[in-house]
Write a protein that binds this ligand. Structure first.
Ligand code: AGP
Length: 609
């Protein structure tokens, strides 16, 4: 999730672009750049924040037309050569999104003699536009962009400058946000209105597969057939802070609602449904190495540990590999029994958690092959392991991890399916069933979000309790741990997650009419057992809230409230149940007036031990 901006007008484009980028810095902040068109393209870009970009811009750098970018790396480390804008001779491009088929396009362009200076998918767009115009001399830039849109697979919002057409910017979008601002002294383009709200409140939202041409005299909108179209102008009521949260009251709620997109972005380019196959080149393990794998040791903290615990069940059930889940702060001071046949997997959204970094370093001393799942390209963990698998959830501002958790689950599904098929444990048909189910998750998560009011009512009903219990079995056991952690960290209610079968070995003593119990009772091979655990706590006076599948008509009889998720594959339900639990925690904390994005005593990234 990067931030792109553009400006054409009578003001100094450099000032406008820099201040607009600052407003988009929450979208990504590992490198930035600007190009202004004064007969020729003048570009400045650097690794680091906008403030670092300002430092390298000469005082006399001005112009009336330009584009800019602030980056959240997905392809290519945070380095100046990977910063945008990317150029191809007399064309400059800024891009937010992911070009899934960039490798194939890149090979084609290299065979045409194009040289690539970066590792990004975006540079492909610049060269593709250049080659399209070179091979179709009658094409305008608008024609070329429309042509290239049919070649690109994935998501994009792009802004393009072309010296042969020096007085306008051409933009286009698909699955990435783009909005145009209509000002008195010029016209603006940006990934969201935050960028230009102080200049104008008149905004036009660009839809998928639409193109825009901004010139000093106005803005033209085109559909994908090249026909000019009329667009509605919206008057933005939000102030800048609200806009940063896209109108949500808290970053946590915004990030919960971003999960359909973050899940899709995370599996983008990795699933071949037809073949029932996963493409996971970044794992860097040969089929033989995967076949000979004897054990996996997952190392993590907090929410990432809970994701890793789901991973344990997935690797054992889908790939048949014995898997341990280790708490990093314990692992680093323990005496783990490891050897070269053990594969260690660090899970850390920030990539900077001190305990996880130290633990994975100590595991490598045993000759283990190590990999990491992280959300931050260029983070410290990426330099500690042999391979890195990136979640593509974009920056997560709220301290409580939400979209990065479900994105971690997606990577774990893909790894377990890949290992299972390579090891012959999983047939292509079984793999296809789960892969088809994964591709349905964005839509199913959206359904859960659309029904959030029921979850809000439930949260408000129990908001005053002192203690809360969460129970689940198999993959839902770690989900119950995650539900409890989310509630603890933002509502300050004492909450515990338990393997449902564990209650009668002690915790049942704590159950009473004062302790609501959330039972994760989604369909699967342990469903009946969870039902009996529900009866167990009901018998001790507890009120029970069940998370259950849509088609479950039985569950109502046994519980006080039911929070529904769509029907799905048993192993995929943790993604949907987690969204329910994130909302339950959010609305409980909201009802208790807690500081949701910055809860007391906690930090987003724990860089000390
Ligand atoms: C989760 O909501 C918390 N922010 C915390 O438990 C977090 O998951 C933990 O600190 C691990 O962080 P990491 O994924 O960045 O390593």
């Amino acid at each position: 999730m990067c931030g792109i901006v553009g400006y054409v007008g009578t003001e100094n484009a450099v000032d406008i672009i820099i201040s607009s980028l600052k407003k988009l810095e929450y979208r990504g902040y590992d490198s930035a750049g600007i190009t202004v068109l004064n007969q020729k393209l003048e570009t400045y870009k650097t690794v680091g924040k906008i403030a670092d970009l300002e430092k390298i811009i000469p005082a006399n750098f001005t112009g009336h037309i330009g584009i800019g970018h602030t980056r959240w790396a997905t392809h290519g480390k945070p380095e100046t050569r990977n910063a945008h804008p990317h150029l191809s001779s007399n064309i400059a491009v800024v891009h937010n999104g992911i070009i899934e088929n960039y490798m194939k396009l890149k090979e084609k362009l290299i065979s045409q003699g194009y040289e690539f200076l970066s590792d990004t998918d975006t540079e492909v767009i610049a060269h593709l536009l250049h080659s399209t115009i070179k091979n179709n001399t009658q094409f305008s830039l608008l024609d070329a962009v429309r042509h290239v849109m049919n070649e690109m697979e994935g998501s994009y919002a792009i802004a393009v400058l072309y010296t042969a057409e020096p007085d306008h910017i051409v933009l286009a979008r698909k699955d990435s946000p783009l909005v145009i601002g209509l000002g008195n002294n010029g016209f603006f383009a940006a990934s969201d209105v935050t960028a230009f709200l102080r200049y104008t409140k008149n905004a036009v939202y660009v839809n998928d597969k639409e193109l825009v041409l901004i010139s000093p005299t106005g803005v033209e909108f085109y559909n994908n057939d090249g026909q000019q179209i009329e667009k509605k102008v919206d008057i933005i009521e939000w102030d800048e802070e609200a806009a940063e949260k896209a109108g949500y009251e808290h970053f946590m709620l915004k990030e919960i609602h971003e999960q359909p997109a973050s899940i899709q972005d995370t599996y983008a380019g990795k699933i071949s449904e037809l073949e029932g196959r996963v493409i996971l080149d970044e794992l860097k393990m040969s089929d033989d190495q995967l076949k000979n794998l004897q054990r996996i040791t997952i190392i993590a903290c907090g929410t990432s540990w809970n994701a890793g615990c789901v991973g344990k069940y997935l690797f054992e059930s889908l790939a048949g590999i014995h898997t341990d889940i280790e708490t990093a702060s314990e692992f680093r001071y323990g005496d783990p029994v490891l050897c070269g046949q053990v594969f260690t997997l660090a899970i850390t959204q920030s990539g900077e958690t001190a305990d996880t970094l130290a633990a994975i370093r100590s595991s490598k001393a045993y000759g283990c092959k190590a990999a990491a799942i992280t959300n931050v390209v260029g983070s410290s963990i990426t330099r500690e392991t042999d391979s890195v698998l990136f979640t593509r959830a974009g920056p997560e501002i709220g301290v409580a991890a939400t979209k990065t958790f479900t994105a971690q689950l997606i990577i774990l599904y893909l790894m377990a399916i890949h290992m299972g098929t390579v090891r012959g444990r999983l047939t292509p048909e079984n793999a296809r069933d789960i892969l088809v189910g994964i591709k349905q998750l964005p839509g199913q998560v959206q359904k859960v979000l659309n029904n959030k009011n029921i979850i809000k009512e439930c949260a408000e009903h129990y908001a005053k309790v002192q203690d809360y219990f969460f129970i689940g079995r198999h993959v839902n056991y770690p989900v119950s741990l995650e539900g409890a952690l989310k509630l603890k960290e933002i509502s300050y209610i004492h909450a515990e997650g338990y393997a449902a079968g564990e209650l009668k070995h002690g915790p049942l003593a704590l159950i009473s009419s004062e302790t609501p119990v959330v039972a994760i009772a989604t369909k699967g091979h342990t469903y009946e057992k969870v039902l009996s655990n529900i009866k167990e706590v009901k018998a001790r006076g507890a009120e029970v809230i069940a998370i259950a599948n849509q088609s479950d008509t039985e569950i109502n009889k046994y519980v006080d409230m039911v929070l529904r998720i769509p029907d799905c594959h048993e192993l995929l339900s943790p993604v949907l149940s987690s969204v329910v639990l994130q909302l339950l925690a959010y609305y409980t904390a909201y009802a208790r007036g807690c500081s949701i994005d910055k809860p007391r005593n906690l930090a987003k990234s724990v860089t000390v031990e």
